[in-house]
Structure formats: C-alpha cells, structure tokens
Design a protein around this ligand. Structure first.
Ligand code: AHR
Length: 523
C-alpha cells in the first residue's frame, strides 16, 4: 500500500478536459417503492404544499444541488401507460406495475411530476415506454408535453389544465432494454430498429429534443459492447446520447475492490466511448455521441436485494430497496463523482439513482421527518463546488492490487476551475476563479499529495472531508446522524504546505474523499 509515498499531481490551467454540463448532477425518481409516494409526494404531510408534495424533501433536493430528475423509470416505464396517469384524478385507475409488483395508484403522473420539477427549478428528463409500447405512444407523449395548441395530445394537456408546453428537452428511448428482467425485453436488433423509428418520429414532433438510446445495463452483461455497436448502427444519426448504468457494492468483505469502484467506472466509460466511436468511424461520421450515465450509485444489489421476481404483490408504497449507507459508501460515491468529472468532455448527463428512499441520499418517514444519508454530502459538495471546467490533471500515484479490478491507483483526483473560460482569441482564460480539488485516498494509511500548479496561485479556504467507517448499516435518522458525526467533517482553512511557488502539499486521511475549495489566479 501507499504508505508515506507521495502522490504527485500536475495541474495546469491550460490543460482542460471540458466544460461541466450542469446536467451531470442529475438524479432519478421512479415509480418504485417510496420514491414518489411518501417520498416527493405525500398529501396530508405537515410539510406538504397545496399540490401534495413534501416541501421538506424539496428543500433537501435543493441542498443536494440536483439539477435534473429522470422520470418515471427505470424498469417501471417499460409497462407504463402514461395516458392512464393524466386527466382528472377521479377517472384514473390503479394498475399492476409488473416491474416492482406493486399496485400503482396513478395519483401522480406526467403533469404532477413536470409541474413539481418546474416549481422546484429542476430540469425534467423523461423516458418513453419501448417495452410494452412503441412509436405511437412515444410520439403522443412528446406532443402532450411539448406540443403547441391545435393538435390532439397538446389539446388534451391544455384541457387537463396546462396551457404552456413543458418543453422537455431530454428523452430516454426506453430503459435497460438489454436486460432479460425488462418487461418487453428485446435483442439489440429489435431494440435498435424500434428506437430509431421512435426517435425519428419524436424529433418530427419536436426537433429540439435530445434523445438517449439504451446502452448496456452494466458492463457485466454478456452482450456488452456488441449491444452498443448494434443499437448505434441503427440509431447513430438520430440519437444524441447513449445510456450507461452502473451500481457498485462491497461483496464478501472485499473492501479494496469496493473502494476502487471509481476506477471500474472509469474503465466502463472508456470502453463505451471506444464502442461508440468505432460505430462513428465506420459511418465516417463527424457527429459525436455522448453519454448519459443515467443510473449510478452504490446499491447492495447482490447482497441485500431479494430480486424483483420474489417481491409479493404490494400496494401503498412498499419499502423496496431502501439501502442504508455508511461513511465507506459515501467515500465511494465521492470517488464515482471524481470519475464523472474527469469525463466531462464525453459525459454531459448523469443521474444519481435515486433521489429519495430508494437507494437514495434523502430518506423520509411517512408522516414523519426526512434526513440525509452519508452519501448526500459528497454529492451536495461536488454539485456546489464543481464549477466551470474540469482541468486535465496528470496524477502519478502508487497502485494497489484488488481482487476485482487488478491494479488501481491509490489516489484519484479531479480539479475544476471557473476561471478557465477561453478569451475571445482562444488563448487564455479570464485569469481568476473558483477552484475545487477533489481527492480520494483509497489506502488505509494517510497519503501526502504534492500538487504542482505552475502558472496558478492557489488559495484554499475550506472544504469537506468524508472518511470511511466500519459500521453495520442500521436504519433511521439517528444512525445517519451518528455516521455523519463520525465520518463527515467540515474543513476550516486546510493544513496546506505551500512549499514554494506553484507547489502545494496536502495530506489525505486514510480511506477518505476530500473536497478542497478555494480560488486560483493566473500568476
Ligand atoms: O434504480 C433501480 C433500477 O435499477 C431501475 O429501475 C432499473 O433501470 C435498474 O435496473
């Protein structure tokens, strides 16, 4: 392990990965368990607004810094008839959601969600059902959401009380269609043809929309790689993004592999980019398809989840996959964010799955309080501090060998700077701006990081440190508060050694994620 070995980071203001799209800090609300009902929505709750949405959850969502929310699924969307969830509530009928074996009351649907997102200043990301449905239903939904008065579905929206189009920009063409668990699962040719036709027609309704084709549900799928290439062979000219989904967990006490999840995510992104670009090259296309990493998180899928097929048929917002997180999970979430920032050039969209109660940073009790899980803190801090451009760091770090991922670096890092905007002649930045450094130490020893920053004067003023713990997950706000007290520390002015011009040395705690906040000015 790394003990006392110095890690070196070269940070230069002219080396840049790319501008950070604010949609990188998206999240996800699916009709699953208590994400909607008793999550964002609970009429009668003491904090509920006039529309029945919990304002305590909305406040935490703002504090989390979520820019965008994906809806309505997830696996749920693949057997969803969106028309059943609009119009007068008294006329809406419950149905059996086959994805999570739950009676969906259809009390919250497209209008309620989109109006909530609008009131909260959050960009919506919608998904269409390409499992049990197809082109016509997808086209109708785009028209319902974005159409001007004077056509059937837009007029239905107006009759339902919403005059202005919602102008939903981002649309998923189905969800995880490569997965055999998906209702209406398809092979890559079937899905590619359907997605191309649906996407073509949806853009004829509203040419300004952006489309996401389904990529693989994970890198472990047997069809991974082949799936992306086949799907894009049909959809390359129509879609704008391809999706990635990945969940990480500690299995069998293999802490080192779990702590290296950021490297696994990095490799996954590089492989998808390679597959996507290979299709572009074959097509001799100048178009660049980017990535919508629209589901990512820590999820104890293998170790705690019983599997959707074993779920009894339930009603009234059952507790499904309400994972309880530790400081260790928070360190990993921070590291995954480091990876996403470092791919800002190819990953403009990402969604922490999910927002509330279901594998979520925010938890609620029906009729009771709401609280932050440990994973809330690295997300909120990154969303707040990561402004402007990701700088292209050169990190020289010792490696450690993990059972699952082989050799991985012991330290990972990302830096963002909002003084990096190019001047009109394209030669230099504005010269000064907010700087954030995100550093992860995966080893069980403290590590010194020596940062060389020629041409930049850096002043660090504070930040946040998250350290891993060894706690067993226990449910409830008291547990979350205990973990936060033990693992999460606001930094004052950090213990920085500025040993020479353009050189800063920082010490990272064992198994930690740290965000340093400050300013950087061209020297
Ligand atoms: O986020 C939970 C589930 O994980 C989603 O419904 C599905 O898309 C994925 O498998």
């Amino acid at each position: 392990m790394a003990q006392n070995q110095r890690t070196q980071v070269l940070l230069h203001p002219d080396f840049r990965v790319g501008e950070i799209d604010r949609r990188l800090f998206g999240s996800f609300v699916e009709h699953l368990g208590r994400a909607v009902y008793t999550g964002i929505y609970e009429p009668g709750h003491t904090t509920a607004d006039e529309h029945g949405f919990r304002s305590d959850v909305a406040e935490l969502t703002h504090e989390l810094g979520v820019s965008m929310v994906r809806y309505p699924g997830g696996n749920f969307v693949s057997n969803y008839t969106w028309e059943d969830g609009v119009g007068p509530r008294a006329d809406r009928k419950p149905f059996i959601d086959l994805a999570w074996r739950t009676i969906e009351p259809n009390e919250v649907g497209t209008d309620e969600f989109l109006q909530w997102a609008e009131r909260e200043g959050i960009e919506p990301m919608m998904a269409v059902n390409l499992g049990t449905r197809g082109v016509a239903a997808a086209v109708a939904l785009v028209e319902y959401c974005n159409g001007e008065a004077g056509s059937k579905w837009a007029d239905m929206r107006i009759a339902n009380g919403r005059e202005e189009p919602y102008a939903v920009r981002l649309w998923c063409l189905g969800n995880e269609m490569d997965g055999p668990w998906q209702i209406g699962h398809k092979d890559a040719h079937e899905y590619g043809k359907l997605a191309a036709e649906a996407g073509k027609a949806m853009k004829l309704v509203d040419p300004s929309i952006e489309l996401v084709a389904c990529g693989s549900s994970s890198m472990q799928m047997d069809t991974f790689g082949e799936w992306e290439q086949t799907v894009l062979s049909y959809t390359y000219d129509i879609v704008d993004h391809i999706s990635m989904h990945a969940y990480y967990e500690e299995v069998g006490g293999d802490r080192a592999s779990f702590l290296a999840s950021g490297t696994a995510m990095d490799r996954f992104i590089r492989r998808v980019v390679a597959s996507v670009d290979a299709v572009g090259a074959r097509k001799r296309s100048d178009k660049e398809i980017t990535i919508s990493f629209d589901e990512w998180n820590v999820w104890y899928l293998e170790t705690r989840f019983v599997g959707e097929k074993k779920l009894p048929l339930q009603r009234d917002a059952p507790r499904i996959i309400e994972d309880v997180y530790s400081g260790l999970d928070a360190v990993v979430v921070g590291d995954l964010l480091v990876t996403l920032l470092n791919h800002a050039d190819r990953v403009p969209v990402a969604c922490l799955a999910q927002l509330v109660n279901v594998i979520a940073p925010i938890m609620t009790e029906p009729g009771g309080g709401s609280w932050r899980q440990p994973t809330f803190y690295p997300f909120a801090t990154t969303a707040r501090l990561a402004q402007g451009t990701t700088l292209d760091l050169r990190v020289t770090a010792p490696t450690t060998t993990t059972a699952k991922h082989g050799a991985v670096p012991v330290v990972t890092a990302a830096a963002t700077w909002d003084g990096a905007a190019l001047s009109a002649d394209g030669s230099s930045g504005t010269g000064a701006g907010a700087l954030a450094l995100f550093l992860v130490n995966r080893s069980s020893e403290p590590v010194d990081v020596e940062i060389a920053h020629p041409g930049l004067a850096i002043a660090l003023t504070g930040g946040l440190e998250v350290v891993a713990d060894h706690q067993t997950a226990v449910e409830g706000p008291e547990h979350a508060a205990k973990v936060a007290a033990a693992c999460i520390r606001e930094l004052g002015t950090p213990q920085v050694v500025q040993d020479g011009p353009g050189r800063t040395v920082l010490t990272l705690a064992p198994e930690s994620w740290t965000a340093f906040e400050g300013t950087a000015t061209r020297a």
